[in-house]
Design a protein around this ligand. Structure first.
Ligand code: FES
Length: 76
């Protein structure tokens, strides 16, 4: 499903960016472009980040929001 219409980015591409280390809407945007135009999708991106972090088995064991991770590997 296309999540960001302006940049034609799917929910799976956003999830890939999050799984690769993007922990903010801006970081997701830097990785795949989602949310970098009109901004209408930014709340949906933030929701996917929160859902992903809530389900992460490493939650609470490290500050996963501080690292850049392997963002380059998630870009298109
Ligand atoms: S719909 Fe994502 S920036 Fe416009």
């Amino acid at each position: 499903m296309v999540l960001c219409i302006c940049r034609a980015v799917t929910d799976r591409e956003v999830d890939a960016a999050v799984h690769a280390g993007a922990r903010s809407v801006d970081a997701v945007g830097a990785c795949c472009g989602a949310g970098t135009d009109c901004g209408a999708c930014r709340d949906a991106i933030a929701e996917r980040i929160e859902d992903s972090c809530a389900a992460c088995p490493r939650r609470g064991t490290q500050d996963c929001r501080s690292g850049a991770g392997a963002l380059a590997s998630a870009s298109r």
